[in-house]
Design a protein around this ligand. Structure first.
Ligand SMILES: Nc1nc2c(c(=O)[nH]1)N[C@H]1C(S)=C(S)[C@@H](COP(=O)(O)OP(=O)(O)OC[C@H]3O[C@@H](n4cnc5c(=O)[nH]c(N)nc54)[C@H](O)[C@@H]3O)O[C@H]1N2
Ligand SMILES: Nc1nc2c(c(=O)[nH]1)N[C@H]1C(S)=C(S)[C@@H](COP(=O)(O)OP(=O)(O)OC[C@H]3O[C@@H](n4cnc5c(=O)[nH]c(N)nc54)[C@H](O)[C@@H]3O)O[C@H]1N2
Ligand code: SF4
Ligand SMILES: [Mo]
Length: 684
């Protein structure tokens, strides 16, 4: 009886259908099967609200197509094999590669579904313990540019304090689709009368709520940010005390910004000169309660790092850094590190990206994914031969997907851990069934509120391993089991919390999480930042030392600086839809009426020019490849002329057959995923 009650009692945990980690309650039916999901009412992150994706987790965990047994490729067919046999065989083949070609011939790839917490760190730990510097991940095209851009200026990536702001600025981000809990804080700001400025070439959901919606040409945000800096500095609207005492390089920034007059900004970005003046005046009026957030829309260009640095610098110019209503420079929990970076530095081994992106490595210790895939195909700087991939589907999501496919197919050993037989898993030698987020327990810190939660394992499926069990079992077979000593995830969680003020059992019993430290502001007054100078860096001597620009010099995006008449359109990709998630969840029926298939948004005048009607399938081509995709003609103000938008992750029209893996941000190697030069042709 007690057992039955336990098996069917509701479980409080957090959702990982996207990266927001909202607190949820999971309900089970009489047989213990997960049957529905609702918001947990009392967590300070999502305040009893969830989005429609949360409920879809029920369909994912119980999906009839879910992988439950390991599969091994034999010729062109798949054979179900026992888990122990699969792990033995994989370990044996990894060992052989290590012995014959060195540990650096192996790599680990971590996709989005396990980003941002210990699952990611376990993959890094495995890499280090194995002795390879080739940790590849989705991060090097997801958020690294923002993290690195902000960290170059502040030594960390502060978060916006919209709840207390008077002026809120969103650069290339659409929280209603991508970050519902952030939307709540923006709406709180609106209710108090704060101004909302949205910078986006498209009329996104959040842009519809804005006081000012600015539509720059794709990839030109850096010029706009410099224009705002110029207005703030030239009008003496900057915070002199902060700038003088807590920053370096201000005079260099002030001199460089001088070129970005409102008219010059208009010429670069298409944003009217008067709008630049108006936004700067609003920022001045609200200072220091100016809160900014930059999203993928800024970083998915090869000029992203410097554009992010320019945007980030505005916080310091307004004196908003780590101020109420400005940015929150959160303190971490201070848990134990899993990464083994100090214990096993691996400085002697070259990375498969040929060390081309030292900044990416300094900040993230990652190997640049796009460049490492070339190493598989060319053997330069050496041959990358083996890969274990977890929680990613890069043949759909990485730029130049056809080449990604070719590279992954050329590996001697390719192992994929996933919930489903994806387009990428199809290329593997072994496919291993992976546990979902409802089948593991992990810690998550909500940085802006300095709160930690621990998720609860709701169910386990025999033979389906969580991430820890898998790395543990591989490590023990490969003779470095001492680096994976914990019996299970609960044991690991307890270890992670050692040395923090948070008690494991308290956390286990606290569905609303535990605030590990009260928020403090203005920490820069008494504590140096983690930048080389300990101050805010408008100019970076570190970058200059590596041969990059010291100030965040603006360069127009590639499609604008290398115009090709045969490719007259600029294609933005990947705008989030609230019920879509990259290539995931396409098989979830309850989402389908909302997200029915791929489509490419087009301005009505462009459609007229091409003679294209709504719903018509056209051929769209870039220098990389071509696809056929239906057109959605949007309203005039919804997108600017000559700009198109299509979201990634559809196998029926994989937009990443068009995106560039060969045009990379020189600072961190981020690929061009937006602002692709394309042409559009009618098919019939
Ligand atoms: N539902 C859902 N939620 C998600 C995801 C998902 O796939 N689905 N993915 C998660 C992940 S991994 C990430 S990284 C985040 C991303 O979250 P966000 O960064 O908020 O991404 P989007 O919602 O696509 O908003 C990006 C906006 O940038 C605009 N944009 C494009 N080019 C430019 C430009 O040059 N300048 C400016 N200013 N804007 C531009 C686009 O039109 C788009 O509206 O979302 C996360 N949340
Ligand atoms: N053109 C274009 N391309 C883009 C973007 C864009 O804006 N434009 N955005 C980029 C961004 S920001 C990102 S983050 C990437 C995302 O790219 P990916 O990392 O490839 O993300 P998904 O396509 O969601 O694939 C995640 C896989 O993990 C599996 N999975 C889900 N849960 C689990 C789990 O718990 N464990 C394991 N082992 N597997 C699990 C899912 O079934 C799915 O196959 O896409 C990028 N690609
Ligand atoms: S925003 Fe939605 S999908 Fe994402 S964690 Fe929250 S409830 Fe889950
Ligand atoms: Mo991402």
């Amino acid at each position: 009886m007690t057992e039955m009650l336990k098996k069917t009692a509701p479980v409080n945990t957090f959702c990982r259908m996207c990266d927001n980690h909202c607190a949820i309650t999971v309900y089970r039916d009489g047989s213990g099967r997960i049957s529905s999901i609702d918001a947990y009412p009392d967590h300070p992150w999502n305040h009893g609200r969830v989005c429609a994706k949360a409920g879809g987790a029920v369909d994912i965990v119980n999906h009839p197509d879910r992988l439950l047994r390991p599969l091994k490729r034999t010729g062109s067919s798949w054979q179900e094999i026992d888990l122990k046999q699969a792990l033995d065989e994989i370990a044996e083949r990894v060992s052989r590669l290590q012995d014959t070609f060195g540990p650096e011939s192996m790599s680990v790839w971590k996709g989005e579904a396990t980003s941002f917490n210990q699952q990611e760190d376990l993959a890094k730990r495995f890499c280090r313990a194995l002795g390879t510097p080739n940790f590849l991940s989705v991060d090097s095209l997801c958020f690294c540019t923002r993290e690195i851009g902000y960290s170059l200026v502040y030594g960390s990536w502060p978060k916006p304090d919209f709840s207390n702001a008077e002026c809120m600025i969103l650069w290339g981000a659409n929280p209603p689709a991508a970050h519902p809990p952030m939307t709540r804080t923006i709406m709180e700001g609106r209710e108090r009368g704060a101004k909302l400025i949205v910078i986006d070439p498209r009329l996104s959901t959040i842009a519809r709520q804005a006081d000012i919606h600015v539509q720059p040409k794709p990839g030109t945000d850096g010029a706009l940010a410099w224009g705002l800096a110029h207005q703030l500095i030239a009008n003496n609207w900057y915070n002199k005390d902060f700038v003088e005492n807590y920053t370096v390089g201000f005079e260099k920034v002030a001199a460089y910004a001088g070129d970005f007059t409102p008219d010059a900004v208009e010429a670069q970005t298409g944003v009217p000169a008067d709008t630049v003046r108006t936004i700067a005046a609003l920022m001045h009026k609200a200072s220091p309660r100016v809160s900014q957030y930059a999203g993928n829309g800024v970083e998915h260009y090869e000029n992203g790092v410097n554009n992010v640095r320019a945007i980030a610098s505005l916080d310091a110019i307004c004196g908003a850094f780590d101020m109420k209503g400005g940015s929150i420079n959160a303190d971490g929990l201070g848990q134990q590190s899993l990464k083994l970076y100090d214990e096993i530095p691996l400085t002697q081994l070259r990375r498969a990206d040929g060390e081309k992106f030292p900044v990416l490595h300094d900040f993230r210790q990652e190997c640049n994914t796009m460049t490492a895939l070339n190493a598989i195909l060319t053997g330069d700087p050496y041959s990358l031969r083996g890969m274990i991939m977890t929680a990613g589907n890069p043949t759909m999501t990485n730029p130049n997907s056809e080449k990604v496919k070719e590279a992954l197919s050329a590996l001697d050993l390719f192992v994929v851990r996933d919930l489903f037989m994806t387009e990428t898993a199809q290329l593997a030698d072994y496919v291993l069934p992976a546990a979902t987020f409802l089948e593991r327990t992990e810690l998550y810190t909500y940085a802006p509120i300095q709160t930690v939660s621990m998720s609860t394992r709701v169910q386990s499926i025999p033979g389906v391993q969580d991430e820890y069990q898998f790395w543990h079992d591989m490590a023990h077979r490969l003779d470095f089991g001492e680096h994976f000593p914990w019996a299970d995830e609960a044991d690991l969680n307890a270890w992670l919390l050692k040395g923090t003020d948070v008690d494991f059992h308290d956390l286990q019993n606290s569905a609303k999480g535990i605030q590990y430290k009260a928020i403090q502001r203005q920490k820069w007054r008494h504590r140096p930042l983690s930048t080389p100078s300990g101050k805010v860096e408008f100019a970076s001597a570190y970058l200059a030392g590596l041969g990059y620009d010291e100030v965040a010099r603006y360069k127009p995006p590639y499609y604008a600086s290398n115009p090709k008449p045969e490719y007259p359109f600029s294609l933005i990709t990947g705008a989030r839809n609230h019920l879509g998630y990259h290539s995931s969840y396409r098989g979830v029926k309850r989402f389908q009426p909302e997200v029915s298939g791929p489509q490419m948004e087009m301005h009505p005048d462009d459609a007229d020019g091409l003679g294209v009607v709504d719903g018509e399938t056209v051929k769209v081509s870039s220098a990389i490849g071509s696809i056929d995709i239906p057109v959605k003609i949007v309203a005039r103000q919804e997108i600017i002329r000559s700009v198109l938008q299509a979201t990634h992750g559809w196998k029926e029209a994989n937009i990443n057959k068009l995106t560039h893996d060969d045009i990379l941000d020189p600072i961190d190697g981020f690929p061009v995923q937006k602002g692709i030069a394309v042409k559009v042709e009618r098919i019939r």
